[in-house]
Design a binder for this molecule. Sequence first.
Ligand SMILES: [Fe+2]
Ligand SMILES: [Fe+2]
Length: 270
Amino acid sequence: MTVSLRDMAVDVLNTSDGREKCARSRHHAQAWFAARKADAPLPLGRAEPPLRPARPDRPELLDPRDVPRRRPGSPQGRIAILHAIAHIELNAVDLHWDLIARFPDIDMPLGFYDDWVKAADEESKHFGLVCDCLEGLGSHYGALPAHAGMWRAAEDTANDILGRLAVVPMVLEARGLDVTPGMIDIFSRAGMDGAVAALNVIYAEEVGHVAYGSKWFNFLCGRGGHDPQPVFLDLVRKYFHGPLRPPFNEEKRAQAGIPPDFYWPLTEPV
Ligand SMILES: [Fe+2]
Ligand SMILES: [Fe+2]
């Protein structure tokens, strides 16, 4: 029996070790694209994704308020930043596979799956790159506590694909575009070429993930005959807790298909 795409997604979600999760993710992505190239796409299938993905025992997950503040001026502070990025990347791997597995009743073109498998594959690579940096500095993923709240957006939008696209790629990943240049600057000042190289790969590829979010959000709105902008604002106000914070990376957001009227109105508390 051929393994379906959603079986592969659930396999990744149910793997707890970070490196192993990412190895499976990359392996499954390769299988998906090999079949696509051979013009024999794997079946999408149907599989039950867990409400929460499996995660390693470490890092300890803390309420965001209890995670120690990071001081970028010190070596320990820079390790803490890389650790936080590794945690975001691992969450992103699960978020993309969850999006693939979660909504089997919504009929989407194969290009939707191509985009999110590619995004999941890239997040898996990002996690590996950042773990390599951490290990090169004598640390590792799991050595420090990490935010507990990152899966909340996925749980809140488990029944709402438009809400998922609005909050995950178009708000959270777009926020990554805003803050990554500042982080590249921190590591560049510290002469940490490996971290700078990893962050440059992440920065370039994250534009694509935000663009996939915008593309499929607009697709679904168009199919339903809805004006995307007011729908987007309503969904972000419903599922994202708190206003968006400038400054925004207007250039990269525009490149990713997020126009200013999709974020400036959300800087005001309702
Ligand atoms: Fe990433
Ligand atoms: Fe991403």
